[in-house]
Design a protein around this ligand. Structure first.
Ligand code: SAH
Ligand code: F3S
Length: 433
């Protein structure tokens, strides 16, 4: 009987890819098979996120839960960003944990499972050229890392302390991964990094230095790939060349993530984001002008230390002007090892909650107006998933989720769909071609 692996993945797309890498290594080298039942697992992994405080609390209660239900002799490993910054503290607090593996040490998974109480959290570890075995959770789309770590020092963000300095993965390896994905039938690749449009600034070793725009050109030259997505770009590095390539290249999906964080130039300065309100508005306007159908998503933090009513109004003003198709919004959460943690002019928690819910309600009104315009329109939808209710779900090029009545034969195909019914999160339609 093969050994069974249960893995829970929290956080961002980079964690999803790290989990895929761990599954690949454990199945190819150690003979593990995936299970979705933690009770029958021989190895339980939690791939953690530490970007906000809540998931960290959740971690210890979850670990306790796994320890209660796990079968005898089963091992528990904590991986990801919380592993990086808490390290051996995790084993102190939860002594039944067998090992701790940081977000930049994923390639050591095959080794740490054999070393009880191992703690591998080196943030200088360079695995930018490690040849991971293959595993993908979806046959239709391939996540591909293009860089590891982050060189920015946004004052609220713990990521540079958990994933280390930024190193780009050599372009030839990325293109080879893309070819492999295309050969196995994926039409879509999703390029991943904390700051993708800073690509090419630093490699480990001698490599041809190309920038993100050139990388996009090379990936799009791979036959069989029809859609390219990427996350996350940084608004500061959205130069004209990049926006023009985005507009011109038909394989690049017309949805852009532009993490705003705040609409106030003062707060952006305190966050060390490197741009102000005007620059952000200018880039978004250029994008809307060059790509009329583009959808723009963003991340917003409310109640960063020092945020006044006027600063907050500036954020709403950017929302009013840009009319984002999607917003991920958060209350500021102080994180260890960050500059902002030491700031004393914190915003009252009640005001923070009020600001967040008012912002979300405002976005809902914008979104209702946007989605109303979808009714009756036709889009090309790439179907990727079956839903239990007799629907197949997919995405348009500009990242709108669409469901149609249908079954397996739709999966992996791109079909023309007319939208018949709209809502905030998902649009319903029928296939017209
Ligand atoms: N470069 C990455 C950022 C990762 S963190 C990316 O662009 O995806 C993802 C988002 O979490 C950030 O954009 C930010 O909006 C939010 N975030 C990060 N640190 C935070 C904190 N301390 N409090 C609240 N939200 C935070
Ligand atoms: Fe974090 Fe800023 Fe990098 S949000 S991941 S430090 S770009």
């Amino acid at each position: 009987m093969s050994k069974k692996l249960f893995i829970e993945t929290l956080g961002c797309a980079m964690n999803v890819r790290d989990s895929e890498h761990m599954i690949a290594e454990l199945s190819a080298r150690e003979g593990y098979e995936l299970t979705d039942n933690a009770k029958e697992a021989d190895l339980i992994l939690i791939n953690t996120c530490s970007v906000r405080e809540k998931p960290v609390h959740k971690l210890f209660s979850e670990l306790g839960g796994f320890n209660k239900i796990k079968k005898e002799g089963a091992k528990i490993g904590v991986c990801g960003c919380t592993a990086s910054h808490l390290g051996k503290e995790i084993i102190k607090k939860a002594p039944y944990v067998n090992f701790v593996l940081g977000a930049r040490n994923v390639s050591k998974i095959g080794e740490v499972i054999h070393r009880d109480k191992a703690v591998e959290i080196d943030i200088d570890f360079d695995e930018s050229q490690f040849a991971f075995k293959d595993f993908r959770s979806s046959p239709y789309k391939a996540y591909i890392n293009i860089s590891i770590g982050c060189d920015k020092q946004c004052t609220f963000c713990i990521v540079p302390k958990t994933r280390g300095d930024e190193i780009s993965i050599p372009a030839d390896l990325i293109v080879a991964e893309t070819r492999k994905a295309a050969e196995s039938g994926a039409k879509e690749v999703f390029l991943l990094g904390q700051n993708v449009n800073n690509y090419g600034r630093r490699f480990s070793g001698e490599h041809e230095k190309i920038n993100f725009t050139e990388l996009l050109r090379r990936v799009s030259a791979v036959e069989g790939i029809e859609r390219i997505r990427f996350t996350s770009p940084h608004p500061l590095h959205m130069d004209d060349e990049f926006i023009e390539e985005f507009a011109r290249n038909p394989k690049i999906c017309k949805s852009m993530h532009m993490p705003l964080q705040s609409g106030s130039t003062e707060i952006l300065k305190a966050m060390k984001r490197g741009y102000g309100k005007e620059w952000f508005l200018n880039r978004a306007a250029k994008l809307r002008e060059m790509v009329p159908d583009v959808s723009i998503s963003t991340d917003i933090i409310v109640a960063f230390p020092g945020e006044s009513d006027q600063d907050y109004e500036d954020t709403l003003d950017v929302m009013r002007q840009v009319r984002f198709e999607q917003i991920f919004s958060f209350k500021y959460s102080p994180r260890p090892l960050t500059e902002a943690e030491k700031m004393t002019d914190t915003v009252d928690p009640e005001i923070a909650s009020e600001r967040l819910s008012r912002l979300q309600a405002y976005q809902d009104t914008i979104l209702d107006e946007i989605t109303a315009t979808y009714r009756g329109r036709e889009f090309d939808v790439y179907f990727e998933e079956l839903r239990s209710d007799g629907y197949a779900a997919g995405r348009t090029d500009n990242n709108i989720t669409v469901k149609v009545k249908g079954s397996e034969e739709l999966l992996g195909t791109i079909r023309r769909v007319k939208i018949t019914e709209v809502s905030r999160l998902v649009q319903y339609g029928e296939i017209v071609a």
